[in-house]
Ligand binder design. Sequence first.
Ligand code: AMP
Length: 134
Amino acid sequence: MPTVFEMIINGDIPSKKVYEDDAVLAILDINPRAKGHTLVISKKVYPTISEAPEDLIAHMFSVVKKIDSAMRRNLMAEGTNVIINNSSASGQEIPHLHIHVIPRKSDDCLSFFPPVCRYEEGEIDRYRSLLEIK
Ligand code: AMP
């Protein structure tokens, strides 16, 4: 069963394209969290960032930068949120790698960060060593 993004890439269902090259398609999200909310989608299907090759990830972020510039220039965005949901546990609905780029204004009252949680005494050091990349 193809993902909805594969169907869009194959031209089987319509989309509002803002950018395309050999590796990437960028379209407007059909359920925008702010007007102009854009999805940068890899043309080849990788479920999450874990499976995707590094050169593709780097290329996708270079496209994110272009979208960020266009949002600042043409939508008068004062900032953007750049978000990837990886796997259903994170809220990913479509298992096909994509990056959300959401235009922001300082007074738009949106929030994309969960509330703060706290480390127990000494716990932050355990997390640092678990995540240290050598
Ligand atoms: P995620 O939860 O990260 O997998 O996000 C999937 C996103 O795809 C959601 O924000 C949806 O609104 C969006 N979406 C689903 N179907 C379409 C579609 N046909 N065209 C554009 N965006 C879509």
